[in-house]
Write a protein that binds this ligand. Structure first.
Ligand SMILES: Cc1cc2nc3c(=O)[nH]c(=O)nc-3n(C[C@H](O)[C@H](O)[C@H](O)COP(=O)(O)OP(=O)(O)OC[C@H]3O[C@@H](n4cnc5c(N)ncnc54)[C@H](O)[C@@H]3O)c2cc1C
Length: 508
């Protein structure tokens, strides 16, 4: 049997995650006719950001056979229970406003949907939406962990993901990929030759000569050396919908006694937002902004102000990007995974989720024989749907804000809101988001994620005309009270986040 060679170009998170996943899913050690190689430039560094994740990463790491405690130790990881949004709804005048987007879905009772009852409660007296619907907000705000030390790896009473050091994650994934039989070659691609059909015929490298494969996976990051420069697929910019196009990133040490947050903190500013990610020993902080609305100098001032006194000489890294993606991510024998396929912006941490989605599909759809590009059309349709759905979800955070600065007002202009989102927003004025609004196979965010953002930001769904359709308010009140009692118990029972991370790092 002829050897099937898969050549992954790029050794960032995308390259190594793809390599490890394919090696595991395709049972590489048991298939001598299959070869998976990572070709990585020794001279071009990876982007080195991407510290926040989504809960899907747990099943991915578990599937790869990576021990959770090892992962936490080797990547300076902490646990993430969601995102705390600060000052997104209105321009702050006195004090901060905030809302929480937890990973845990709203409390669900088979015969009683609590959302309409929350909507019908008196606005002044009710708890914020997420706090009313799940105990996770109280747990995270009390700096408790979502699990106890004795809990099984990757399992917990509350849904969670991680914050981690992106470079350390790539290193760990590389080690696992090599254990699973992946070959590693250091070389910089200098030329990509196409055959008469437009497929890649071979690659030339500066250090290691020529490479040939049946499938080339482009994980070269923003450079998109194969799918973009060589194959020439076009990039669809969505800057007319998502305005952020730059990030300034820095790291500051985390004081040994400071609170170890288990949520990403996303603080809105005049022309974008700031992320703060608590790692074990450091805080990753970044300023995301639109270069059409503020200057780089102004963004640097915003970041310095956020970091506070003592950080005047902060080392910042500037990362420009164009929000968008390629509709053709798989063309003939070349498929793009990671930043080469597209990137929207850091909000809601969707970079790694998209990599997981892409590699999961490649592993499952890869034909055992026949033309390698057979799944390309379906793959492209599904990835396009995923990107478009994420665009809708991200835009929601901006377009319903009442902030007054030009960046935010421009975001509310109807022409910048995708049609599908605009249509749903009209419907949601009279009913809450529901599960039939989305096709979950291609959706990263479910209807309840939309509920958390909409109602966290004060969006009004007016059910008053149908009040009599919801006669179980006494039962609903009992359930709301039960959620709070569960929260009291969870806060009392769960360990502090810092204590759990220290315990795992101490190997206990
Ligand atoms: C500001 C910012 C914040 C982000 N935050 C998050 C987040 O919180 N959560 C999240 O999930 N995602 C986030 N992302 C996305 C995340 O960083 C990426 O999805 C992830 O790091 C994957 O990157 P990559 O491997 O595609 O590219 P890179 O990390 O850039 O890796 C590219 C690789 O290709 C190699 N290479 C390049 N050219 C050649 C060549 N000619 N020959 C050989 N090799 C080559 C390089 O050496 C490198 O190894 C963020 C991105 C940005 C820009």
């Amino acid at each position: 049997m002829n050897k099937r060679r898969i050549l992954i170009v790029g050794g960032g998170t995308a390259g190594w995650l793809t390599a490890a996943y394919l090696a595991k899913a395709l049972k590489l050690p048991e298939r001598p006719h299959l070869e998976v190689t990572v070709l990585e430039s020794p001279d071009i560094s990876s982007v080195g950001v991407g510290e926040g994740t989504f809960p899907t990463i747990r099943s991915t790491l578990q599937f790869l056979g990576i021990d959770e405690a090892r992962f936490i130790r080797e990547t300076s990881a902490t646990l993430k229970q969601g995102i705390r949004f600060v000052d997104w709804a209105r321009t702050p005048t006195a004090g901060q406003q905030q809302f929480f987007h937890p990973f845990e879905a709203p409390f669900y009772a088979e015969d009683l949907n609590l959302v309409p009852y929350w909507l019908l409660q008196d606005e002044a007296g009710r708890l914020p939406f997420a706090e009313a619907m799940t105990l996770q907000v109280r747990v995270a705000e009390a700096h408790r962990a979502p699990k106890r030390a004795g809990e099984a790896p990757y399992a917990a009473p509350l849904n969670y993901a991680y914050h981690f050091d992106a470079l350390k994650l790539a290193k760990l994934l590389a080690a696992r990929a090599l254990e699973l039989g992946v070959r590693h070659v250091q070389g910089t691609v200098t030329d990509v030759a196409l055959d008469a059909t437009g497929a890649i015929a071979h690659l030339d490298t500066a250090q290691q000569g020529r490479f040939q494969a049946e499938l080339y996976i482009d994980c070269t990051g923003f450079r998109a050396e194969l799918i973009g420069k060589a194959v020439g697929t076009s990039f669809k910019s969505v800057r007319h919908q998502l305005f952020a196009d730059r990030a300034l990133a820095c790291k500051v040490p985390l004081d040994g006694n400071a609170v170890m947050e288990s949520s990403t903190i996303a603080t809105a500013h005049e022309a974008g937002w700031l992320w703060e990610i608590g790692l074990n020993g450091a805080r990753g902080i970044g300023c995301v902004y639109s270069s059409s609305h503020i200057s780089d100098d102004r963004a640097a001032d915003i970041l310095r102000d956020y970091c506070g006194a003592g950080h005047e000489d902060l080392a910042m890294r500037s990362i420009p990007f164009t929000p968008g993606y390629r509709e053709q991510q798989w063309v003939r024998n070349c498929v793009a995974v990671g930043l080469s396929a597209g990137f929207l912006e850091p909000l809601e941490a969707t970079g790694l989720v998209l990599i997981e989605a892409a590699v999961g599909m490649i592993a499952e759809m890869l034909p055992h024989s026949g033309p390698i590009h057979a799944p390309a059309r379906r793959f492209n349709e599904l990835m396009t749907a995923r990107f478009e759905n994420i665009i809708n979800f991200l835009k929601l955070h901006y377009c319903i804000s009442q902030r007054e600065e030009p960046f935010w007002r421009d975001n509310a202009v109807a022409a910048t809101i995708p049609d599908r989102l605009a249509g749903l927003l009209e419907e949601w004025k009279l009913r809450p988001p529901g599960r039939f609004d989305f096709v979950l196979d291609t959706e990263t965010f479910a209807f309840f994620n939309y509920q958390y953002i909409l109602y966290g930001m004060g969006f009004a769904t007016d059910l008053s005309a149908g009040r009599s359709d919801f006669p179980q308010s006494a039962d609903a009140d009992k359930l709301f009270a039960k959620i709070q009692r569960f929260a009291d118990r969870a806060v009392a029972d769960l360990p502090s986040h810092r204590a759990l991370i220290q315990q795992i790092n101490a190997g206990r």
